[in-house]
Design a protein around this ligand. Structure first.
Ligand code: ADP
Ligand code: MG
Length: 225
């Protein structure tokens, strides 16, 4: 990682910024679990969502993507949260084009993919925020793009908006191989978490597991820093 890059990146990308921290170790453990799960069936496209907002989806998706790339997987991180896109902020990338641009020019999608901060990691930021996110994300073109992504990468991690507020992630779940639900300790309402899970279960999304984020704030056992 060059000094310029570390300046632009969010320090909470701990897998890169604090690789020896307990938090970084947890992301690597998540990666290992996914590797085990993929033994019993292809897990190329993995969506990260939550019931309610602000649980740490973007941080989880980004740290996981870094950990996967470090393990030698050719990884694509896609920001499909067209409500509150964060990936470009976290990585310090430009966001003049991205997923929404790729949706309007699907034949040229590869042009909008940017290089990530570690070898093997590519990033597709959200691109300009459109007026009709759910329409775009549930379109046949989006489903087709997801297919293209998985043909070009070993693994695709997709950051999304929360399930309870918008239909975006529910629609997207139809084009992925598995869903990770992020729950934030002492922050999200249990009701919202359950509601989110319920909505995804209704459409037969494949659940991979729940990530409990930020237990640090509860018991002080560890933090990201
Ligand atoms: N474990 C954590 N420790 C410290 N701050 C966190 C943690 N998880 C999330 N945050 C902070 O909470 C906010 C929301 O996180 P983010 O990953 O953007 O959530 P989401 O994508 O679910 O909206 C951000 O400011 C992020 O830095
Ligand atoms: Mg987010």
């Amino acid at each position: 990682m060059s000094p310029e890059m570390s300046q632009l990146m969010d320090p909470k990308l701990v897998v890169l910024t604090a690789p020896r921290s307990v938090a970084a170790e947890q992301y690597r453990a998540l990666r290992t679990n996914l590797e085990f799960m993929s033994v019993s069936g292809a897990l190329a496209r993995i969506m990260v969502t939550s019931g309610t907002p602000g649980t740490g989806k973007s941080l989880t998706a980004s740290n996981l993507a870094i950990a996967l790339a470090q393990a030698g997987k050719n990884t694509l991180l896609v920001d499909a949260d067209l409500r509150r896109p964060m990936v470009h902020h976290l990585f310090g990338n430009a966001n003049l084009s991205g997923l929404t641009t790729a949706l309007t020019r699907p034949d040229e999608w590869e042009k909008y993919v940017q290089r990530g901060p570690v070898g093997g990691l590519s990033v597709l930021t959200s691109g300009p925020i459109p007026p009709n996110p759910s329409e775009l994300l549930s379109s046949p073109i989006m489903m087709d793009l997801l297919g293209q992504f998985s043909r070009n990468y070993d693994i695709v991690i997709i950051d999304t908006s929360p399930v309870v507020s918008f239909t975006d992630a529910v629609a997207l779940s139809q084009g992925v191989d598995g869903v990770i639900l992020v729950v934030r300790a002492g922050h999200t309402s249990r009701k919202g978490d359950l509601k989110g899970k319920e909505r995804l279960t209704q459409v037969h999304a494949r659940f991979l597991g729940v990530v409990l984020n930020d237990i640090a704030m509860q018991d002080g056992a560890y933090s990201y820093y």
